[in-house]
Design a protein around this ligand. Structure first.
Ligand code: FES
Length: 309
């Protein structure tokens, strides 16, 4: 159960500035109903001062989406466009007294909608119909730029965090590799710019090690030998063992996971039941990946494949 601050609850039950703005100067729309979240932000701008004199929103989403959208309108009214563009999604979350990590994507949606509305006012083209190759997560309509901005603005260094802040990878999971690549590239840039400790940076295929904490060992099986000495059949046996150990927890949540294939360090799995459409499926996959890497003694990539493949 997520903990919501009093202010989130207040802005959910009594949202401010909800509705339409008929004479809006700029409109920004992000997300899509099909994704489960969508936000339309309308702003009225004084052309002389470029100050936002009014703002309204319409959203389809959870209580956090309503609270975040409402908070955004409160924050930007009275600000100039340039001042408004300096607002980050963290400012929206802070205004609300914080959001659960799993709901930070609601604040990111507000940040993106504001950029879209300002671009619309300025007559700029907002790339909502993504260029070929720029759209990374088709399930949630998330492009490379949005991942980069979320990673930079919030100092994200894990796929779990990216899933919480953007929802990318949270459904079919076929975008995992692309999102990982953007996270790795952006973290590397941040390290080069002195914005991130190199030890914290995401490295593709590496399992994060928490300093000072013992890696968890299986209660039923001894640590596996180093992978270089393992045949594919041995690897498959270890993987099946690990999945069998994890199965009760997955089934408790109404889902399951079965092994499909193994190629070098790539482990193809099929998520079934509730795991298929669960927004936290990427987190589950990360957990399986970490456990397999520990038991196989090598970095592995767990790749969910759709049914029928
Ligand atoms: S394409 Fe990203 S979760 Fe499906």
């Amino acid at each position: 159960m997520w903990e919501y601050s009093d202010k989130v609850q207040e802005y959910f039950f009594n949202p401010k500035n909800a509705g339409t703005l008929d004479d809006a100067s700029g409109v920004g729309e992000v997300g899509a109903i099909a994704c489960g979240d969508a936000l339309k932000l309308m702003i009225k701008v004084d052309p002389e001062s470029e100050r936002i004199t009014d703002a309204r929103f319409q959203t389809f989403g959870c209580g956090s989406a309503i609270a975040s959208s409402s908070a955004l309108t409160e924050i930007i009214i009275g600000k100039t466009l340039d001042e408004a563009l300096k607002i980050t999604n963290q400012d929206i979350a802070d205004f609300l007294g914080g959001l659960p990590p799993e709901k930070m994507h609601c604040s990111v949606m507000g940040y993106e909608a504001l950029r879209a509305a300002v671009a619309n006012y300025r007559g700029e083209v907002w790339e909502d119909d993504h260029e070929e190759g720029a759209l990374l997560c088709k399930c949630f309509g998330i492009d490379e730029g949005m991942i980069e901005r979320a990673v930079r603005n919030n100092g994200l260094t894990s796929m779990e965090q990216v899933a919480h802040f953007t929802k990318a990878t949270g459904s079919c999971g076929t975008c995992v590799e692309g999102v990982e690549a953007v996270l790795e590239k952006t973290n590397a840039e941040m390290v080069a710019e002195g914005l991130l400790d190199p030890a914290q940076a995401f490295v593709m295929g590496a399992v994060p090690v928490v300093p000072g904490r013992q890696q968890r060992k299986s209660p039923v099986a001894p640590p596996a030998p180093a992978s270089s000495k393992m045949t594919t059949v041995q690897k498959i046996r270890v993987i099946e063992e690990v999945l069998e150990e994890l199965r009760p927890a997955l089934r408790n949540d109404g889902g399951d996971c079965e092994l499909v294939d193994v190629e070098d360090n790539r482990v193809m799995v099929r998520m079934t039941g509730a795991c298929v459409n669960c927004q936290l499926a990427a987190v589950t996959v990360q957990g399986i990946q970490a456990r397999l890497a520990e038991r196989l003694g090598m970095p592995v990539r767990v790749i969910p494949v759709p049914a029928g493949k």
